[in-house]
Design a protein around this ligand. Structure first.
Ligand code: SAM
Length: 291
């Protein structure tokens, strides 16, 4: 009945519909479950036609509902949605944020007074993922900074590979932390476009090559490989990721729900697990490849 009602609303309104019929608190499509109650939302214009359309929805439910087993009538609820700037409203919540000891992520439209030693990353994520504030990104940034603190010259060793670069935030951080050569890849061409803009904004475009090149086409020998994707995808890419790390190099994996940590570790047994920070429901795993 959800589909039948959705089709009816599309025809009635000429607009899209919203269907809530699955629990979406998981990233794994395998574990999606049906909700016991389904809801279908249509979008009606707020004008004189509203009452007539509401009556037509009532009539449709009365005529069609009883032919579906288990159907229970629930009166349609009408709420008014204010017209907001949906594309830009999230920007209000994106403020400059300090991560680790030296990194500061600053949205392009916010002011920030730089303090001594600050490495400021300017970001306009556009439609790509990566404001830097998400725990999965933050843990990668902190891990990159820790690696740089452990080297003799205080610089992040390169070359660095950033798999699933999103807004390019990790590649920019790697460049500011001193890595000379960085390769950023993403399967989404829009993310690569946004990354290139952000690289230029931060003056590091000469050190980072961003593209949609697939992992298999890249050479090995990266001193640091960082991938903030999702547990299932990291496991699927395990052999390719491992092969890109130079002996003695680091592999930082993020985007892992803590409950999936063991599932991911089991796919990277040829590497040594050296760090395992957690934040909220997320885990980050840092490995080193034996020399
Ligand atoms: C969670 S975002 C991470 C963005 C950024 N690196 C960060 O840490 O904030 C994951 C990104 O990985 C990309 N992605 C997903 N699967 C991928 C794959 N197999 N290879 C390359 N990129 C992938 C997505 O398009 C998305 O931009």
């Amino acid at each position: 009945m959800v589909d039948t009602l959705a089709d009816f609303l599309v025809e009635l309104t000429g607009n899209g519909v919203g269907i809530d019929n699955l629990h979406l608190d998981t990233f794994s499509l395998d574990t999606l479950e049906d909700t016991p109650l389904k809801s279908v939302k249509g979008y009606l214009p707020l004008d004189d036609s509203l009452e007539e359309m509401r009556i037509r929805v009532e009539q449709f439910l009365a005529q069609t509902g009883p032919s579906f087993p288990g159907y229970v009538y629930a009166p349609p609820v009408v709420t008014v949605i204010r017209n907001e700037d949906w594309a830009n409203n999230w920007k209000v919540h994106f403020k400059p944020v300090r991560i680790g000891q030296r990194l500061v992520i600053k949205p392009t439209w916010e002011e920030y007074r730089k303090q001594e030693g600050d490495l400021v990353i300017q970001i306009d994520p556009g439609m790509a993922f990566g404001t830097g504030a998400h725990p999965t990104t933050k843990m990668c940034l902190e891990a990159l900074e820790r690696i740089s603190f452990g080297t003799s010259d205080g610089k992040l060793p390169g070359p660095v590979l950033d798999v699933g670069t999103g807004s390019g935030v990790l590649s920019i951080a790697a460049a500011l932390l001193g890595a000379e050569e960085i390769v950023a890849v993403d399967i989404d061409p829009e993310a690569v476009r946004v990354t290139i803009e952000n690289l230029e904004l931060n003056g590091v475009a000469d050190r980072v090559a961003a593209s949609t090149t697939s992992l298999e086409q890249l050479p090995g020998g990266f001193q640091v490989v960082v991938a903030n994707i999702l547990a299932e995808e990291l496991v699927r890419l395990a052999a390719e990721l491992t092969a890109r790390v130079a002996p003695g190099g680091w592999l930082i994996l993020s985007g892992i729900l803590t409950e999936k940590e063991e599932f991911v570790c089991a796919a990277f047994t040829s590497l040594e697990l050296v760090e395992n920070p957690k934040e909220l429901e997320w885990s980050c795993l840092s490995f080193r490849k034996p020399l």
